[in-house]
Design a protein. Structure first.
Length: 301
């Protein structure tokens, strides 16, 4: 019985240590989430302003393109704004680099695989790019060839960290390696939930000329509007992809915080159950000792 008591005490002690670790990890994830949410909010202000400027600059061209489908001006609007026959589709799949994030990765990968199987007859119809080691390893284990993979992003990734994959993706689109691009990731809703999203990034389709207001004369173009758009359109596409990465990081930190909170709560429940078992075993041992003493005293009478 004493061995059983010692065993229970050891389990209680080890579970308490685990609880302390998971509680610390929960607080770290909560801190990362707060910073990530603030960073995402600042980026959204920038992205909103760029979208507003770009909408104003392309308002008349977008209207004409929608009506005629022609290439206009000195820039090839077709490469960024117009749909073309889809021979191959590009997908950027964003996951985490490690575990301890609950069902964050499994949700993304399961739904992405289902989508690929439903929408494509063979692997020749799509190109995959992976951000995050979990996704990259998942696809490699299944014999899926990746066009590019990016691992070990920081908790609040800067644009410089993802510049290569973002710039390469827009270049692949312009070079017709694929004819449309989607990003698959978990959108951060709040600290308790996220939502799987598949967002179309290329061709650019979220610019609405009806949103443009009539103060185009406020813009002064140097060297020219065409030259500015030639730089701004790819940069806007890159900002959309980068925004999805920032959003996915927030969802990852929220998932990590939730997973560690659940682990801490479960450890507390296990400790409570073990404490009850320990008290019962101790009570049984004491009762047995008393019974033996009483029995021995009775034998001497």
């Amino acid at each position: 019985m004493m061995a059983s008591l010692n065993e229970i005490k050891t389990r209680i002690a080890s579970t308490k240590k685990t609880s302390q670790i998971t509680n610390a990890m929960q607080m770290v994830s909560a801190s990362k989430l707060t910073k990530s949410e603030a960073y995402s909010a600042k980026f959204q202000l920038y992205a909103s302003k760029v979208r507003e400027v770009l909408t104003h600059l392309t308002a008349s061209e977008l209207t004409e393109l929608a009506n005629s489908g022609r290439e206009l001006g000195g820039i090839n609007y077709h490469s960024m704004l117009l749909n073309r026959p889809v021979k191959k589709t590009g997908y950027i799949v964003i996951t985490s680099d490690g575990g301890l994030v609950g069902g964050y990765n499994s949700s993304i990968l399961k739904q992405t695989m289902t989508m690929l199987e439903d929408d494509h007859d063979s692997a020749d119809e799509y190109v995959l790019l992976a951000i995050g080691g979990t996704g990259a390893d998942f696809f490699k284990a299944r014999g899926v060839k990746l066009a590019y993979e990016l691992r070990n992003l920081s908790d609040q990734p800067s644009f410089d960290e993802v510049r290569k994959i973002v710039s390469m993706t827009t270049s692949m689109y312009e070079n017709q390696v694929f004819d449309e691009l989607y990003v698959c990731y978990n959108h951060h809703v709040n600290s308790l939930s996220s939502q799987f999203r598949v967002e179309k990034m290329l061709p650019i389709s979220d610019l609405d000329p009806s949103e443009a207001q009539t103060y185009r004369e406020e813009y002064l173009f140097e060297p020219s509007k065409e030259a500015i758009l030639d730089q701004l359109l790819p940069q806007y596409a890159e900002s959309l992809i980068y925004g999805a990465i920032v959003d996915a990081k927030s969802a990852e930190h929220a998932a990590g915080m939730t997973a560690m909170k659940t682990a801490t709560d479960n450890a507390g429940a296990i400790i409570d159950d073990l404490t009850i078992s320990y008290n019962r075993a101790r009570q049984a041992a004491i009762t047995q000792e008393i019974t033996e003493i009483v029995g021995g005293a009775s034998a001497l009478e």
